[in-house]
Write a protein that binds this ligand. Sequence first.
Ligand SMILES: Cc1cc2nc3c(=O)[nH]c(=O)nc-3n(C[C@H](O)[C@H](O)[C@H](O)COP(=O)(O)OP(=O)(O)OC[C@H]3O[C@@H](n4cnc5c(N)ncnc54)[C@H](O)[C@@H]3O)c2cc1C
Length: 305
Amino acid sequence: MADISGLLKKAEEFSCKVCENESLDKHTSFKVGGKCKAFIDINDAKSCRELVLYCKENNIDFIVMGKGSNLIVDDRGYNGAVLHFGSDYSGIELLENDTVFCKSGTSLSALCLFALENSLSGLEFAWGIPGSVGGAVYMNAGAYGGEISDVIISAEYIDLNGEIHAIVKEDMDFSYRHSCFSGGKGIILGASFKLQKGKKEEIRAKMDELMQRRRDKQPLEYPSAGSTFKRPNGSYASLLIEQCGLKGLSVGGAKVSEKHSGFVINTGNASFNDIMELIEKVRKIVKEKTGYELECEPEIIRYRD
Ligand SMILES: Cc1cc2nc3c(=O)[nH]c(=O)nc-3n(C[C@H](O)[C@H](O)[C@H](O)COP(=O)(O)OP(=O)(O)OC[C@H]3O[C@@H](n4cnc5c(N)ncnc54)[C@H](O)[C@@H]3O)c2cc1C
Protein backbone atom coordinates (compact mmCIF):
# COMPACT_ATOMS: atom_id res chain seq x y z
CA MET A 1 0.00 0.00 0.00
CA ALA A 2 1.16 3.44 -0.89
CA ASP A 3 2.43 6.13 1.43
CA ILE A 4 -0.53 6.69 3.77
CA SER A 5 1.61 8.14 6.56
CA GLY A 6 2.92 10.75 4.10
CA LEU A 7 -0.65 11.62 3.17
CA LEU A 8 -1.66 11.99 6.81
CA LYS A 9 1.34 14.22 7.43
CA LYS A 10 0.47 16.34 4.41
CA ALA A 11 -3.13 16.67 5.60
CA GLU A 12 -1.95 17.76 9.04
CA GLU A 13 0.30 20.38 7.43
CA PHE A 14 -2.92 21.87 6.02
CA SER A 15 -4.58 21.67 9.46
CA CYS A 16 -7.05 19.02 8.32
CA LYS A 17 -8.35 16.67 10.99
CA VAL A 18 -7.12 13.16 10.25
CA CYS A 19 -7.88 9.68 11.57
CA GLU A 20 -5.90 6.61 10.67
CA ASN A 21 -7.79 3.31 10.32
CA GLU A 22 -11.14 4.97 10.89
CA SER A 23 -14.23 2.76 10.91
CA LEU A 24 -16.67 3.86 8.25
CA ASP A 25 -19.77 2.42 9.94
CA LYS A 26 -19.66 5.56 12.11
CA HIS A 27 -19.90 7.72 9.00
CA THR A 28 -22.61 5.97 6.98
CA SER A 29 -26.37 6.14 7.51
CA PHE A 30 -26.54 2.34 6.97
CA LYS A 31 -24.15 1.91 9.94
CA VAL A 32 -22.12 -0.57 7.92
CA GLY A 33 -18.52 -0.42 6.71
CA GLY A 34 -15.03 -1.41 7.83
CA LYS A 35 -11.95 0.72 8.23
CA CYS A 36 -10.33 3.01 5.71
CA LYS A 37 -6.61 3.75 5.81
CA ALA A 38 -7.05 7.48 6.33
CA PHE A 39 -10.09 9.62 7.00
CA ILE A 40 -9.41 13.27 6.30
CA ASP A 41 -11.69 16.22 6.95
CA ILE A 42 -11.19 18.63 4.09
CA ASN A 43 -11.15 22.23 5.30
CA ASP A 44 -10.54 24.28 2.16
CA ALA A 45 -10.03 24.11 -1.59
CA LYS A 46 -6.25 24.36 -1.29
CA SER A 47 -5.93 21.39 1.04
CA CYS A 48 -8.28 19.43 -1.17
CA ARG A 49 -6.19 20.20 -4.25
CA GLU A 50 -2.90 19.31 -2.57
CA LEU A 51 -4.25 16.06 -1.15
CA VAL A 52 -5.73 15.00 -4.48
CA LEU A 53 -2.35 15.64 -6.13
CA TYR A 54 -0.54 13.77 -3.36
CA CYS A 55 -2.83 10.78 -3.82
CA LYS A 56 -2.28 10.86 -7.55
CA GLU A 57 1.50 11.11 -7.31
CA ASN A 58 1.68 8.35 -4.72
CA ASN A 59 -0.92 5.98 -6.22
CA ILE A 60 -3.22 6.25 -3.24
CA ASP A 61 -6.84 5.40 -3.98
CA PHE A 62 -9.35 7.79 -2.49
CA ILE A 63 -13.06 8.33 -2.34
CA VAL A 64 -15.04 11.43 -1.51
CA MET A 65 -17.66 11.30 1.19
CA GLY A 66 -20.28 13.73 2.36
CA LYS A 67 -22.79 12.53 4.93
CA GLY A 68 -22.50 8.89 3.88
CA SER A 69 -26.26 8.62 3.35
CA ASN A 70 -26.05 7.03 -0.07
CA LEU A 71 -23.24 4.55 0.45
CA ILE A 72 -22.98 0.83 1.16
CA VAL A 73 -19.46 0.14 2.37
CA ASP A 74 -17.78 -3.28 2.55
CA ASP A 75 -17.17 -4.67 6.06
CA ARG A 76 -13.56 -5.23 5.02
CA GLY A 77 -13.27 -1.50 4.64
CA TYR A 78 -11.71 0.69 2.00
CA ASN A 79 -8.06 0.28 1.15
CA GLY A 80 -7.37 3.96 0.62
CA ALA A 81 -8.19 7.44 1.85
CA VAL A 82 -11.57 9.03 2.44
CA LEU A 83 -11.72 12.75 1.75
CA HIS A 84 -14.57 13.87 3.91
CA PHE A 85 -16.62 16.98 3.19
CA GLY A 86 -18.38 17.80 6.42
CA SER A 87 -18.70 20.67 8.85
CA ASP A 88 -15.07 21.75 8.32
CA TYR A 89 -16.00 22.54 4.73
CA SER A 90 -19.38 24.13 5.17
CA GLY A 91 -20.86 27.59 4.80
CA ILE A 92 -23.70 29.39 3.06
CA GLU A 93 -23.66 32.84 1.52
CA LEU A 94 -26.50 34.93 0.16
CA LEU A 95 -25.10 36.30 -3.10
CA GLU A 96 -28.05 38.34 -4.24
CA ASN A 97 -31.66 38.56 -3.14
CA ASP A 98 -32.46 35.10 -4.41
CA THR A 99 -29.13 33.40 -5.11
CA VAL A 100 -27.25 31.32 -2.57
CA PHE A 101 -23.74 29.85 -2.68
CA CYS A 102 -23.05 26.88 -0.52
CA LYS A 103 -19.90 24.89 0.25
CA SER A 104 -20.24 21.20 -0.48
CA GLY A 105 -19.85 19.91 3.08
CA THR A 106 -22.91 21.88 4.24
CA SER A 107 -25.85 19.68 5.10
CA LEU A 108 -28.87 20.00 2.84
CA SER A 109 -30.97 20.58 5.93
CA ALA A 110 -28.84 23.63 6.88
CA LEU A 111 -29.29 24.95 3.34
CA CYS A 112 -33.06 24.43 3.52
CA LEU A 113 -33.23 26.26 6.86
CA PHE A 114 -31.13 29.11 5.47
CA ALA A 115 -33.54 29.39 2.53
CA LEU A 116 -36.50 29.40 4.93
CA GLU A 117 -34.90 32.10 7.11
CA ASN A 118 -34.46 34.25 4.02
CA SER A 119 -37.97 33.54 2.71
CA LEU A 120 -36.56 31.78 -0.34
CA SER A 121 -38.63 29.08 -1.99
CA GLY A 122 -37.45 26.20 -4.22
CA LEU A 123 -35.65 23.87 -1.83
CA GLU A 124 -38.67 22.63 0.14
CA PHE A 125 -38.42 19.24 -1.64
CA ALA A 126 -34.96 18.69 -0.16
CA TRP A 127 -36.04 19.08 3.47
CA GLY A 128 -35.46 15.70 5.07
CA ILE A 129 -32.91 14.36 2.56
CA PRO A 130 -30.06 13.56 4.98
CA GLY A 131 -27.15 14.38 2.63
CA SER A 132 -24.56 17.08 2.08
CA VAL A 133 -24.80 19.64 -0.70
CA GLY A 134 -21.90 17.93 -2.56
CA GLY A 135 -23.58 14.53 -2.33
CA ALA A 136 -26.89 16.01 -3.44
CA VAL A 137 -25.34 17.64 -6.53
CA TYR A 138 -23.43 14.43 -7.35
CA MET A 139 -26.64 12.35 -7.16
CA ASN A 140 -29.03 15.04 -8.42
CA ALA A 141 -30.98 14.29 -5.27
CA GLY A 142 -34.70 14.78 -5.48
CA ALA A 143 -38.04 14.10 -3.89
CA TYR A 144 -41.72 14.98 -4.18
CA GLY A 145 -41.43 16.36 -7.68
CA GLY A 146 -38.31 18.49 -7.18
CA GLU A 147 -34.64 17.84 -7.74
CA ILE A 148 -31.32 19.66 -7.40
CA SER A 149 -31.15 20.34 -11.14
CA ASP A 150 -34.30 22.52 -10.79
CA VAL A 151 -32.52 25.02 -8.55
CA ILE A 152 -28.75 24.78 -9.15
CA ILE A 153 -27.19 27.31 -11.49
CA SER A 154 -23.48 26.46 -11.26
CA ALA A 155 -20.84 24.58 -9.30
CA GLU A 156 -17.12 24.65 -8.60
CA TYR A 157 -15.09 21.47 -8.68
CA ILE A 158 -11.55 20.16 -8.64
CA ASP A 159 -10.65 17.69 -11.34
CA LEU A 160 -8.42 14.71 -10.73
CA ASN A 161 -5.37 16.73 -11.81
CA GLY A 162 -6.03 19.28 -9.09
CA GLU A 163 -7.39 21.97 -11.44
CA ILE A 164 -10.28 24.06 -10.19
CA HIS A 165 -13.18 24.66 -12.59
CA ALA A 166 -16.51 26.43 -12.68
CA ILE A 167 -19.31 24.64 -14.46
CA VAL A 168 -22.82 25.83 -15.32
CA LYS A 169 -25.94 23.74 -14.91
CA GLU A 170 -26.34 23.27 -18.68
CA ASP A 171 -23.02 21.41 -18.77
CA MET A 172 -23.73 19.23 -15.75
CA ASP A 173 -25.61 16.51 -17.68
CA PHE A 174 -28.32 16.15 -15.08
CA SER A 175 -30.88 13.39 -15.28
CA TYR A 176 -32.65 11.20 -12.76
CA ARG A 177 -30.17 10.56 -9.88
CA HIS A 178 -27.29 11.41 -12.21
CA SER A 179 -24.93 14.30 -12.90
CA CYS A 180 -21.69 14.69 -14.82
CA PHE A 181 -19.95 13.99 -11.51
CA SER A 182 -21.43 10.49 -11.25
CA GLY A 183 -18.52 8.24 -12.14
CA GLY A 184 -15.77 10.57 -10.96
CA LYS A 185 -15.35 13.76 -13.03
CA GLY A 186 -14.14 15.58 -9.96
CA ILE A 187 -14.72 16.78 -6.45
CA ILE A 188 -17.50 19.28 -5.95
CA LEU A 189 -16.40 22.24 -3.83
CA GLY A 190 -19.60 24.24 -3.82
CA ALA A 191 -22.69 25.18 -5.75
CA SER A 192 -24.94 28.17 -6.39
CA PHE A 193 -28.70 27.91 -6.30
CA LYS A 194 -31.30 30.27 -7.71
CA LEU A 195 -34.43 30.39 -5.59
CA GLN A 196 -37.51 32.59 -5.60
CA LYS A 197 -38.71 35.06 -3.02
CA GLY A 198 -41.67 33.54 -1.26
CA LYS A 199 -43.71 33.75 1.90
CA LYS A 200 -41.95 32.30 4.91
CA GLU A 201 -45.11 30.74 6.33
CA GLU A 202 -45.90 29.00 3.05
CA ILE A 203 -42.34 27.69 2.72
CA ARG A 204 -42.42 26.41 6.29
CA ALA A 205 -45.82 24.75 5.76
CA LYS A 206 -44.56 22.94 2.64
CA MET A 207 -41.44 21.75 4.45
CA ASP A 208 -43.53 20.49 7.39
CA GLU A 209 -45.94 18.72 5.06
CA LEU A 210 -43.16 16.92 3.15
CA MET A 211 -41.35 15.96 6.37
CA GLN A 212 -44.58 14.49 7.70
CA ARG A 213 -45.00 12.46 4.51
CA ARG A 214 -41.48 11.08 5.03
CA ARG A 215 -42.19 10.19 8.64
CA ASP A 216 -45.46 8.49 7.68
CA LYS A 217 -44.03 6.50 4.78
CA GLN A 218 -40.34 5.85 5.47
CA PRO A 219 -38.68 3.60 8.07
CA LEU A 220 -36.63 6.47 9.51
CA GLU A 221 -36.18 4.62 12.80
CA TYR A 222 -33.79 2.15 11.11
CA PRO A 223 -30.39 2.73 9.50
CA SER A 224 -30.57 2.64 5.70
CA ALA A 225 -29.32 4.45 2.63
CA GLY A 226 -32.78 5.66 1.66
CA SER A 227 -34.34 4.17 -1.46
CA THR A 228 -32.33 1.10 -2.34
CA PHE A 229 -33.35 1.05 -5.99
CA LYS A 230 -33.72 3.68 -8.66
CA ARG A 231 -37.17 4.17 -10.10
CA PRO A 232 -37.33 1.98 -13.22
CA ASN A 233 -38.88 3.47 -16.36
CA GLY A 234 -42.63 2.94 -16.25
CA SER A 235 -42.99 1.72 -12.67
CA TYR A 236 -41.88 2.14 -9.06
CA ALA A 237 -39.37 -0.11 -7.31
CA SER A 238 -41.46 -0.27 -4.12
CA LEU A 239 -44.57 -1.28 -6.06
CA LEU A 240 -42.77 -4.06 -7.94
CA ILE A 241 -41.17 -5.36 -4.73
CA GLU A 242 -44.53 -5.38 -2.99
CA GLN A 243 -46.23 -7.10 -5.95
CA CYS A 244 -43.59 -9.82 -5.76
CA GLY A 245 -44.42 -10.41 -2.09
CA LEU A 246 -40.97 -9.35 -0.90
CA LYS A 247 -41.96 -7.00 1.94
CA GLY A 248 -40.22 -8.17 5.10
CA LEU A 249 -37.82 -10.49 3.23
CA SER A 250 -34.56 -10.63 5.14
CA VAL A 251 -31.02 -11.91 4.97
CA GLY A 252 -29.23 -11.82 8.32
CA GLY A 253 -29.75 -8.33 9.74
CA ALA A 254 -30.84 -6.80 6.41
CA LYS A 255 -34.53 -6.58 5.68
CA VAL A 256 -36.91 -5.20 3.07
CA SER A 257 -38.81 -2.67 5.17
CA GLU A 258 -42.42 -3.53 5.89
CA LYS A 259 -43.20 0.19 6.09
CA HIS A 260 -41.69 1.07 2.69
CA SER A 261 -40.65 -1.81 0.46
CA GLY A 262 -38.26 0.41 -1.51
CA PHE A 263 -35.99 0.59 1.53
CA VAL A 264 -33.59 -2.13 2.64
CA ILE A 265 -32.97 -1.48 6.33
CA ASN A 266 -30.39 -2.56 8.85
CA THR A 267 -32.35 -4.13 11.71
CA GLY A 268 -29.34 -3.96 14.00
CA ASN A 269 -26.44 -6.11 12.95
CA ALA A 270 -26.56 -6.32 9.17
CA SER A 271 -23.30 -7.05 7.43
CA PHE A 272 -22.33 -5.72 4.01
CA ASN A 273 -22.84 -9.24 2.66
CA ASP A 274 -26.33 -9.47 4.17
CA ILE A 275 -27.31 -6.24 2.45
CA MET A 276 -25.77 -7.18 -0.90
CA GLU A 277 -27.28 -10.67 -0.82
CA LEU A 278 -30.71 -9.27 -0.07
CA ILE A 279 -30.40 -6.68 -2.84
CA GLU A 280 -29.42 -9.40 -5.32
CA LYS A 281 -32.33 -11.62 -4.21
CA VAL A 282 -34.80 -8.80 -4.67
CA ARG A 283 -33.39 -7.89 -8.08
CA LYS A 284 -33.49 -11.52 -9.25
CA ILE A 285 -37.06 -12.18 -8.11
CA VAL A 286 -38.37 -8.87 -9.47
CA LYS A 287 -36.70 -9.57 -12.82
CA GLU A 288 -38.12 -13.10 -12.99
CA LYS A 289 -41.64 -12.11 -11.99
CA THR A 290 -42.06 -8.73 -13.66
CA GLY A 291 -39.28 -8.38 -16.22
CA TYR A 292 -38.07 -5.12 -14.65
CA GLU A 293 -34.34 -4.71 -13.96
CA LEU A 294 -33.86 -2.85 -10.68
CA GLU A 295 -30.73 -0.75 -10.39
CA CYS A 296 -29.16 -0.06 -7.02
CA GLU A 297 -29.28 3.66 -6.12
CA PRO A 298 -26.61 3.93 -3.38
CA GLU A 299 -22.95 3.76 -4.36
CA ILE A 300 -21.28 0.50 -3.35
CA ILE A 301 -17.76 0.77 -1.96
CA ARG A 302 -16.10 -2.64 -2.25
CA TYR A 303 -12.81 -3.62 -0.68
CA ARG A 304 -9.94 -3.96 -3.11
CA ASP A 305 -6.46 -5.31 -2.28
C1 LIG B 1 -33.56 8.06 5.28
C2 LIG B 1 -33.01 8.52 3.95
C3 LIG B 1 -33.84 9.21 3.06
C4 LIG B 1 -33.35 9.62 1.82
N1 LIG B 1 -34.17 10.30 0.98
C5 LIG B 1 -33.72 10.69 -0.22
C6 LIG B 1 -34.57 11.39 -1.13
O1 LIG B 1 -35.71 11.67 -0.84
N2 LIG B 1 -34.05 11.75 -2.33
C7 LIG B 1 -32.76 11.46 -2.69
O2 LIG B 1 -32.34 11.83 -3.80
N3 LIG B 1 -31.94 10.81 -1.86
C8 LIG B 1 -32.38 10.42 -0.64
N4 LIG B 1 -31.53 9.75 0.20
C9 LIG B 1 -30.18 9.40 -0.24
C10 LIG B 1 -29.10 10.46 0.10
O3 LIG B 1 -29.43 11.18 1.27
C11 LIG B 1 -28.87 11.43 -1.05
O4 LIG B 1 -28.47 10.75 -2.23
C12 LIG B 1 -27.79 12.47 -0.71
O5 LIG B 1 -27.74 13.43 -1.73
C13 LIG B 1 -26.39 11.87 -0.56
O6 LIG B 1 -25.55 12.86 -0.01
P1 LIG B 1 -24.31 12.47 0.94
O7 LIG B 1 -23.62 13.70 1.33
O8 LIG B 1 -24.79 11.61 2.05
O9 LIG B 1 -23.44 11.63 -0.06
P2 LIG B 1 -22.53 10.37 0.27
O10 LIG B 1 -23.41 9.22 0.63
O11 LIG B 1 -21.48 10.75 1.22
O12 LIG B 1 -21.91 10.09 -1.16
C14 LIG B 1 -22.74 9.68 -2.23
C15 LIG B 1 -21.94 9.84 -3.53
O13 LIG B 1 -21.69 11.23 -3.73
C16 LIG B 1 -20.29 11.45 -3.86
N5 LIG B 1 -19.98 12.74 -3.25
C17 LIG B 1 -20.34 13.20 -2.02
N6 LIG B 1 -19.86 14.44 -1.83
C18 LIG B 1 -19.17 14.77 -2.95
C19 LIG B 1 -18.42 15.91 -3.37
N7 LIG B 1 -18.27 16.99 -2.59
N8 LIG B 1 -17.82 15.88 -4.59
C20 LIG B 1 -17.95 14.81 -5.40
N9 LIG B 1 -18.64 13.69 -5.06
C21 LIG B 1 -19.25 13.68 -3.86
C22 LIG B 1 -19.63 10.30 -3.12
O14 LIG B 1 -18.30 10.08 -3.59
C23 LIG B 1 -20.56 9.17 -3.45
O15 LIG B 1 -20.24 8.63 -4.71
C24 LIG B 1 -32.01 9.33 1.46
C25 LIG B 1 -31.17 8.64 2.36
C26 LIG B 1 -31.66 8.24 3.59
C27 LIG B 1 -30.76 7.51 4.54
